[in-house]
Design a protein around this ligand. Structure first.
Ligand code: MTE
Ligand code: MOS
Length: 767
């Protein structure tokens, strides 16, 4: 009987992406493509001041414009105005008399017959704001002189206390220090935020929209409209990228539109333009970090002390959860006996950052991996050997003292990266290049990371998922999960799991858009958890159905179940050779009233966690990666080109290898954009790079000629067929690898990202 290996060859095989055809041909329906009868178009009225008291909202002029249906403010909210996934510190619509805390605060929503009219009216709404001095950077905020919220700008502090730091430093032969800064990064999904909220046939409201977390949206809309959850139905429309930017933000977007749908009784469509999207929605958090690291004379890590400050902007949104990941990942993928980490969340009068691929970890991984590179240079140890000496292995304890007993592929990724890059030869090539060239220099950067899969100890209450699998009379299969497809390939991997277990063909399986009316709350689609959670739930439901089909097949053919093969759309008795197509078997099942639908539910065992000391099992399992990058720096312009990259990832098991490779390639490029090009600029709290003409993301031209991907499969026994997550770890090693490569090319340490040409020239000129 099959257990964890694929017998019918779907898992691990090359399959056609199930959503490829509609997306390539333009058949796919995104939120902006949907229209409803009597629909109104919405546009937001923003505060456009970083800090102040809202004294009044004058809508008179705006209301005179023909086609305006209504302008709605906090007074028109039937339920509760305060929003926020963790701390409800953010108003849906800022009330008169209350504070405006950042440029993108929403004050009112205009509804009109056309989008043009809605936009024009929004521009005519006059806001009376008494300005207050604004806090625009972390250091200012830490002084707590001007407060964004009472009683303090530093409301959240998370920590790790492992071993004895003093003793660790006393035992160290060398002590190294460093200070780093990682800037904002915009998710830059191609499809901007957008929803339609419509009064529905079930006497409630249905929300259609681009999103990662339908259940979050459902709760927010219920909260704002003061309705029970069973009157709010949320259907995810095709989503053109999320990258974390559609984790909590769609809850706000849907709330604005819901206020309009409630007050007008009409379907309300709110699609952000790019500028509104960049001005008002979450980013990667800027983080300032300070590192102090002690190593013994052999190069073994003895002590690590870290302080990190993250800019939460005007509202906490997801920051407390993001900070947990920052905390756990700050010390890197290493075994260190003495660790002290402090992470602080700081309010400022700026955009509230939130989730972004890696979720608070790439910023500190850039810092810790820069430190590792610096230490290996100073101690004259090969950077890969240095990491091999200190990395996590089976039997190691992480910085939170989590004992790792299985699925630790860290060493394999280090060794494989060395091999696929032809390490020695690569170093010789670069030395040779640098000997010949004086105007351009090349450098090799290494980075090594780990990634805690799923929500971890801080989010255990959300860490479970459901699935519903139903076989229809014609042998086609409907799969419904709570996890969303946002381009990462979730639908394909889920279809593969159902096909693998049922024996039906992948193309006969339809993984539907998530709909809260059909699948129980399955938590958010974040933290690279879909394959493990929705995957296991689907697998469990499919196994139950398969067992029923197997029994029926044996009854009909006289086969004994151990001899039956299922796959390629048929069931076969290997002994007699008797076979039935999946369709024939289902026809027989229908004739006999066999139950052909099942639900699956998957949750992981509970984690032991001491939040006070930051000690315990932080995550259910960890993915690992090692990356080697070669850059070429133009010493006259400061411009950097990534020439080659080699990357090895322990994913547990690649269920859809093509999909895994695609994630790694995409993550690499997004990480490269963060390291080099993406420079969000602000002027007194207003983002001035609010479209892709000024906010520069990598294009096909910047992709390195050589990007070699290696996959390590050290199975996670709880994962479906051994799988762990890859969605975010695909990006996480890149910023550090690129920064380290630049540092080695120019002989100066890169201490901030993005490493723009201006910054690199400044470094080169410093003595
Ligand atoms: N890949 C694409 N194409 N589009 C996306 O929006 N989001 C990333 C990653 N890869 C994203 C993506 C993020 S932030 C996460 S958490 C994971 O995919 C979520 O998907 P998973 O749970 O299936 O790994
Ligand atoms: Mo991903 S940042 O966890 O949505």
């Amino acid at each position: 009987m099959r257990t964890t290996v694929s017998l019918n060859g779907v898992i691990g095989a090359k399959v056609k992406r199930v959503d490829a055809e509609p997306k390539v041909t333009g058949k796919a329906k995104f939120a902006a493509d949907l229209y409803f009868d009597k629909m109104v178009h919405c546009y937001l009225v923003l505060a456009r001041k970083p800090h102040g008291i809202l004294k009044g909202i004058d809508v008179n002029e705006a209301l005179k414009i023909p086609g305006v249906v209504g302008i709605y403010t906090h007074e028109d909210i039937p339920g509760k105005n305060q929003l926020g996934e963790v701390i409800k510190d953010m108003p849906c619509l800022v009330p008169v008399g209350e504070k405006v805390r950042y440029y993108g605060d929403v004050v009112a929503v205009v509804a009109a017959e056309t989008l043009e009219v809605a936009k024009e009216a929004a521009e005519r709404v006059k806001l009376d704001i008494e300005e207050l001095p604004a806090v625009l950077d972390i250091n200012e905020a830490l002084k707590d002189e001007i407060k964004v919220h009472e009683p303090t700008n530093v409301p959240i502090h998370k920590k790790i206390r492992k071993g004895e730091l003093k003793k660790g430093f006393a035992e160290s032969e060398h002590i190294f220090e460093g200070e780093f800064y990682a800037h904002y990064q915009e998710q830059a999904y191609l499809e901007p935020q957008g929803v339609i909220v419509t009064p529905d046939i079930d006497y409630g409201y249905t929300v259609y929209g681009t999103m990662q977390c339908p259940y979050y949206v459902q709760k927010s809309v219920a909260h704002v409209l003061k309705l029970p959850l069973n009157r709010i139905r949320v259907i995810q429309t095709e989503t053109g990228g999320g990258f974390g930017g559609k984790e909590d933000v769609p809850s706000f977007v849907a709330s604005y539109a819901a206020v309009v749908a409630y007050n007008t009784g009409r379907p309300a469509k709110l699609i952000y333009d790019r500028e509104t999207d960049i001005q008002t929605t979450s980013k990667r958090h800027p983080i300032k970090s300070y590192y102090r690291i002690g190593v013994d004379k052999y190069g073994k890590l003895k002590a690590m002390e870290i302080r990190a400050y993250m800019d939460m902007g005007a509202y906490a949104t997801l920051s407390p959860i993001v900070m947990f990941r920052t905390l756990v990942h700050a010390a890197g993928s290493y075994e260190i006996p003495n660790v002290k980490v402090d992470v602080y969340g700081v309010y400022t009068n700026k955009i509230p950052p939130g989730a972004f691929r890696g979720f608070g970890s790439p910023q500190v991984l850039f810092a810790v991996e820069s430190m590792m590179d610096e230490i290996s240079m100073k101690l004259d140890i090969d950077p890969i050997d240095f990491r091999l000496l200190n990395t996590l292995r089976k039997g190691s304890r992480t910085a939170t003292n989590h004992l790792l007993t299985e699925s630790v592929g860290a060493v394999a990724t280090l060794e494989n990266a060395r091999e696929i890059s032809n390490w020695k030869q690569l170093n010789r090539e670069v030395d040779e290049f640098n000997r010949i060239h004086t105007d351009r220099k090349r450098g090799i950067g290494v980075s090594h990371i780990f990634y805690g899969v799923s929500l971890g100890a801080a989010g255990q209450h959300l860490d479970a998922s459901g699935a519903h699998v139903q076989i229809n009379a014609d042998g086609t299969v409907d799969v419904r999960i709570g996890g969303t497809e946002m381009g990462q390939g979730a639908k394909t991997v889920i279809a593969m799991i159902a096909a693998e277990e049922l024996g039906q063909l992948v193309e006969k399986i339809n993984v539907h858009q998530p709909d809260t009316a059909f699948v129980p709350d399955s938590g958010p689609t974040v933290a690279s958890r879909t394959t493990v959670y929705s995957g296991n739930a689907t697998r469990l439901a499919a196994i139950t159905l398969r067992e029923r089909l197997l029994k029926l097949f044996c009854e009909l053919t006289g086969a004994s179940s151990e001899d039956v093969f299922w796959g390629d759309g048929k069931y076969v008795d290997r002994t007699s050779g008797t076979e039935m197509s999946f369709e024939e078997l289902i026809e027989q099942a229908f004739m006999r009233n066999v139950k052909l639908n099942e639900t699956g539910w998957y949750e992981t065992p509970k984690l032991e966690w001491d939040a006070e000391r930051g000690i315990g099992e932080a995550y259910v399992t960890y993915s690992f990666a090692t990356q080697i990058v070669v850059v070429e720096v133009d010493l006259y312009t400061g411009q950097v080109e990534v020439v080659k990259a080699f990357t090895s990832h322990d994913v547990g098991k690649a269920l859809n290898p093509e999909g895994v490779i695609g994630q790694i390639q995409g993550g690499f490029i997004q990480g490269m954009g963060y390291a080099l090009y993406e420079d969000l600029k602000m002027k007194t709290g207003q983002i001035i790079t609010d479209n892709f003409n000024t906010y520069i993301i990598p294009t096909i031209h910047e992709i390195p000629e050589e990007l070699v991907v290696d996959i390590v499969e050290d199975p996670f026994p709880q994962g479906p067929y051994g799988a762990k997550g890859i969605g975010e770890p695909s990006l996480m090693p890149t910023p550090a690898a690129v920064a380290n490569a630049i540092s080695r090319a120019i002989g100066k340490r890169v201490l901030r990202i993005p490493a723009t040409p201006e910054y690199i020239l400044k470094l080169i000129k410093e003595d």
